[in-house]
Ligand binder design. Structure first.
Ligand SMILES: *Cc1c(COP(=O)(O)O)cnc(C)c1O
Length: 426
């Protein structure tokens, strides 16, 4: 029944259905472990014959409820929560790739993911080729190698706010027969369902809009159950896992093979587990996801239009502005709105931008995006501080860029705060 509910209902009630006289709110199971009556029953749990929790590194009832909710929102076959968004990306990739394999990734993905791929994975022997996501399908296909095992993109790029061309990416993935993994953090399942457009695995940093209140780090991996792992490229899912009594995930778990292995093998061995308390907070925050996203989108579009018409603003990028390069893609894949993040520059460039940020009173300078409170950051002087001006431009971050995460406050107060800050740099 829950699978059929619309997203707003899933957000509010999807995670947890209390029985008679049970707690109305999803309880926090702050326990590492679980008691069993008999050795025989616990052995069944170890053998993956019985799906009940035995140790919180692998499963916890609070986290389990959050996983089911996000899974149903995305329309997947299973989900696994992790300690952070970076942990989700790491686990999602290491579940199927090993030394000697190759990743094709969009160059405009989140900086943390970019560095994970180009340094840590490289050190582990996994190669990556980054490409411009606006390249043609043919040009991307040409970059594939015999050892390519994954195509990776981001629905809305952080911080470039570029929109992914799902049709092109899924056509590339089909042509070279590799899974298509999408970071759907900025869009959330409310604004975009990547599985509808050919994605096979979705990851989230729930630290952003899904929690929505900047109170809990977390990540989520959702399996679309729609990739044929038995094509010779992924023996780890097909051949017996000797560390799990010789189980073949594909044989035993069919379309859920990927997500079962992610938990039973990589999570068991690496332990980047979501804290039950963070799952509790994230679930509470997610109950208003649909309401918040509508307001984020509405406020962001108003702020983008305000900035576009402001004499002190030199440029503004927001996919829902009709002159934006990604407008058509945004209308196609993000029909309810383009999220709450936009970027802009001010007259006087980098230095004036710093003064503008320092002058804001309501909108705060923080290293975060996508929560209820409006915030700004100048990537060139913070997250991208080590890069030269030329390097900044080559990765699409102009030295004067201000990233603005528009919150759900009253937009008139945001405009008033911007007005007084613009007056300080005139
Ligand atoms: C923040 C972010 C991440 C990393 O998530 P953490 O929870 O901070 O580890 C990954 N992808 C995107 C798009 C993000 O914005």
């Amino acid at each position: 029944m829950e699978e059929k509910w619309n997203l707003g209902t899933q957000a509010v009630q999807g995670a947890y259905r209390p029985k008679n006289a049970e707690a109305r709110v999803l309880p926090l199971y702050q326990s590492t472990t679980y008691r069993y009556d008999t050795c025989e029953e616990l052995a069944r749990v170890f053998d993956l014959e019985q799906d009940t929790p035995m140790y919180t590194r692998l499963a916890n009832p609070t986290t389990d409820a959050l996983e089911k909710k996000i899974c149903n929102m995305e329309g997947g076959v299973g989900a696994l929560a992790t300690s952070s968004g970076m942990a989700a990306t790491t686990l999602a990739v290491l579940n199927i790739l090993k030394a000697g394999d190759h990743i094709l990734a969009s160059s405009t993905i989140y900086g943390g993911s970019f560095t994970l791929f180009t340094t840590t994975f490289k050190d582990l022997g996994i190669e990556v080729t980054m490409f411009d996501p606006d390249s043609s399908k043919e040009d991307i296909v040409k970059l594939a190698k015999p050892n390519t095992k994954l195509l990776f993109g981001e629905t809305i790029g952080n911080p470039l706010v570029n929109v992914l061309d799902f049709e092109k990416f899924s056509a590339v993935a089909k042509e070279i027969d590799v899974p298509f993994m999408v970071d759907n953090t900025f869009a959330t399942p409310y604004l975009c369902n990547p599985f509808k457009y050919g994605a096979n695995i979705i990851i989230h940093s729930t630290s952003k809009y899904i929690d929505g209140h900047a109170s809990a780090l977390g990540g989520m991996i959702v399996d679309g159950g729609n990739y044929n792992w038995d094509n010779g490229k992924f023996p780890c899912l097909v051949e017996p896992d000797e560390s799990y009594h010789g189980v073949s995930y594909v044989e035993k778990f069919g379309s859920s093979a990927y997500i079962v292995k992610a938990r039973a093998n990589v999570m068991r061995n690496m332990g980047m587990t979501a804290s039950p308390f963070n799952s509790y907070l994230t679930n509470l925050g997610s109950e208003t996801l649909h309401l918040r996203m509508d307001k984020h989108c509405e406020n962001a579009l108003k702020m983008a239009e305000y900035l576009k018409n402001h004499e002190m603003c030199t440029w503004v990028k927001y996919p829902y502005l009709s002159d934006n390069k990604y407008y058509d893609l945004a209308k196609k894949y993000l029909p309810k709105g383009a999220s709450g993040v936009l970027t802009f520059g001010v007259k006087g460039g980098r230095d004036a931008g710093r003064k503008f940020i320092d002058s804001l009173k309501l909108v705060a300078l923080v290293t975060h995006v996508s929560d209820a409170r409006s915030s700004v950051l100048q990537p060139a002087s913070t997250t991208h501080r080590q890069l030269s001006d030329d390097e900044l431009i080559s990765c699409g971050v102009s030295p004067d860029m201000i990233r603005f995460s528009v919150g759900i406050e009253d937009v008139d107060d945001l405009i008033a705060d911007f007005e007084q800050a613009f007056n300080k740099i005139k």
